[in-house]
Design a protein. Sequence first.
Length: 280
Amino acid sequence: MIELESVPELVDPVLVAAFEGWNDAGEAASGVIAHLESTWEAVPVAELDPDDYYDFQVTRPIVEMSDGETRGITWPTTRVSWVRLPNGKDVVLLHGIEPNMRWRSFCRELVGLMLELEIRNVVLLGALLADAPHTRPVPVTGAASEAGLVNTLHLEPARYEGPTGILGVLQDACAKADLDTVSLWAAVPHYVAQPPSPKATLALLRRVEDLLDVTVPLGELPEEARAWEHGVNELAEEDSEVAEYVRTLEEQKDATELPEASGDAIAREFERYLRRRDPG
């Protein structure tokens, strides 16, 4: 069982979750949760017992030095934190590692926590490797329990069929518990799969802003995304085959993207820009 520490009564809370591992190409999704935890100074409230769900020979604990002298062990697990935003909204953040076993029990425990906290809205974040050019906006696909929400958010509907990770299993468990759930997936170029992937993290973070109707301080993330893209450009220029492959992906992307879709995207970015200039 998850033991909650002191948590005040939450008002219409929203849970935002991501899991490291198979669901987290380039660590783009977990990067969003880490950014929100740091930016919002989220308060830890709970964690799962790692003995129940993790094989420590596969997902090993980490030895760390806390003050240069004291050694401590950080165990792989799933942690929950909470923040009340200045606008009065309550957000619960879940930062996990995909478990090695007992997935159904794991999801039942998390759904039980959500019900205990009276959470009715869940946002699940993931990232996958795709044939996407790094020079174009990061595609974000989505699936939602509420009909029409994908269109409202201007997302590309997710049409994936095949093996799934813990994110897919948790989404199914949330749906069976009648929780309103949205899953957002960023497409990370497979030829630059090494973490971090700040451009994909930024794309997901902007979608979270839209869902929560809040403005999140971005910090160094936009500059990191630009530096990442510039670095990949330099690497591609050094290899003619990679450069040609990127041009092919760009042509395919540009050919399939309608002009009106590009116009809508520009309009949404302009709206975000205005909102950041005047948060009120």
